[in-house]
Design a protein around this ligand. Structure first.
Ligand SMILES: [Zn+2]
Length: 271
């Protein structure tokens, strides 16, 4: 299988059995960068959402470039990792969630991958691929980490963190965690007819939860460093259990309206 992994800030890339190679691919006028390697009979394409030095903030991530690049690589499955704040005392920093729903509170982040009048009415009743989700759940179990096999992600634009009132509202509405990246990726993946699911790592309690001290970038970064090994272990376990043989209908959900060709130009690395 050809598997894409979208890493969050600080994500290690050394989960390949063969040392991966850095490659680039033109997507229209832009350049898509990724590591290409192999693990457990899978061909792996891994990219860093925030670039490899974490220099791109969430509101400036070029989601169209990343997801169109992944489409051109003709992947069978994509796993996004996302760093999130917890909306509940019961969901502790260092634990994981395999998302099954989201609430979209973004306002500025691109909300569709389509350009120039092209569009599709896409079913989002279940926003994540059930087959990838099931393998991620098995991977979390095998890795022995604390995790929830479901979770509702509240997507916001950032880069600021949330107010106490916003966090209270998100929790009342059924949100479990809050973050700045996942909704857009999930939408673009579904619109492009790709199987996608998300592994969330909890880095902190959101505003007003628990001891209610200030949320700092440094605290979140420190927690991410602590979680790195577990995250890589879960992804390794995922690669060992995911076969892609089970059926899902993610790729059919946009078939009513989507034109057969995605209208952008690209060259593969070998071109
Ligand atoms: Zn699927």
């Amino acid at each position: 299988m050809k598997i894409g992994i979208i890493g969050s800030t600080g994500m290690k890339i050394d989960l390949f059995t063969d040392r991966s190679q850095f490659e680039t691919m033109a997507v229209g006028e832009k350049t898509f960068r990724y590591y290409h390697g192999y693990a457990d009979d899978h061909e792996i394409f891994m990219t860093a959402r925030n670039q490899y030095n974490g220099s791109v903030p969430p509101h400036a991530v070029d989601y169209k470039l990343i997801m169109k690049g992944m489409k051109l690589l003709q992947l069978d499955a994509i796993v996004g990792t996302a760093v999130v704040g917890s909306l509940s005392l019961q969901i502790t920093p260092g634990s994981y969630l395999v998302l099954d729903q989201f609430l979209d509170f973004t306002k500025k982040t691109p909300h569709t991958v389509y350009d120039d009048g092209e569009f599709a009415f896409v079913d989002f009743s279940e926003p994540f691929c059930p087959v990838i989700r099931q393998s991620l759940i098995q991977a979390c179990e095998a890795a022995g980490v604390s995790f929830l096999p479901h979770g509702c992600y509240v997507g916001v634009d950032g880069p600021r963190y949330e107010t106490n009132a916003e966090v209270k509202m998100f929790a009342m509405l059924g949100g479990d965690v809050v973050g700045m990246t996942n909704v857009t990726e999930a939408i673009f993946a579904r619109e492009l007819g790709m199987c996608y699911a998300t592994l969330c790592v909890v880095s902190n309690y959101a505003a007003g939860i628990g001891s209610a001290k200030e949320i700092s970038r440094q605290d979140i970064f420190d927690q991410n460093i602590k979680s790195q090994d577990n995250t890589v272990e879960i992804l390794k376990r995922f690669l060992s259990v995911y076969t892609g043989n089970e059926p899902c209908d993610c790729r059919k959900k946009n078939s009513d309206m989507l034109k057969s060709d995605i209208t952008f130009n690209a060259q593969h690395p070998s071109d």
